[in-house]
Design a protein around this ligand. Sequence first.
Ligand SMILES: CC(C)(COP(=O)(O)OP(=O)(O)OC[C@H]1O[C@@H](n2cnc3c(N)ncnc32)[C@H](O)[C@@H]1OP(=O)(O)O)[C@@H](O)C(=O)NCCC(=O)NCCS
Ligand SMILES: [Zn+2]
Length: 168
Amino acid sequence: MKIEPIKGETIKASEKLVAKYLGDEVDPEIIESMVSGIAINVIHRDGDVIGVGTAQPMTRGYRRKFKKQLGVNLAPNTLWILDLVVDEAYRRRGIGWMLLEKIRRAYPDHALFAEVWLESEASSLGLFQHLGLKEIARVEGYWRDVYCPKCGAETCNCTAVIMYKIRG
Ligand SMILES: CC(C)(COP(=O)(O)OP(=O)(O)OC[C@H]1O[C@@H](n2cnc3c(N)ncnc32)[C@H](O)[C@@H]1OP(=O)(O)O)[C@@H](O)C(=O)NCCC(=O)NCCS
Ligand SMILES: [Zn+2]
């Protein structure tokens, strides 16, 4: 098992893994530029991609959006943890934690921000709490405008817990 930047032949498999569990697409810019963020995957011995983690420094525009939407002031150097996924068959072995640690260490002086599903058996809530993130807001129907793989609805009803830690 190895953790490395997403590149070349693992891009497609990483996108598939994220789409399966988060209904999302990995931002191609993060993968391709690497300048504006970090995109890593975990590759099993047999070559399969079994985990993905991506994060990006939050732009001022998004900080303003969250200020308006959530009423919170995020630090200028805030790292937005975007995707964190581990294939079901490999969960609860510390792989999610390893991905998070690697992301955090790449931006040691950054605050950490994440949006987490509340109603989910396999939520990252516990992991983020271990890392010291605290709940700063809770929003019902947070992912309303995108397809949600958790509740399976076009109009998502899931509640998001917004987690934040001032410094990584
Ligand atoms: C969230 C997710 C990435 C966690 O991945 P993971 O590899 O299972 O994470 P870890 O193994 O590091 O930790 C998960 C739990 O297993 C525990 N654990 C870790 N190693 C363990 C071991 N060897 N034996 C038993 N338990 C262990 C951890 O303490 C943690 O417990 P907690 O939830 O009570 O804190 C995974 O469940 C997932 O992909 N979920 C679906 C996608 C998703 O919702 N992502 C979050 C978007 S915000
Ligand atoms: Zn949902």
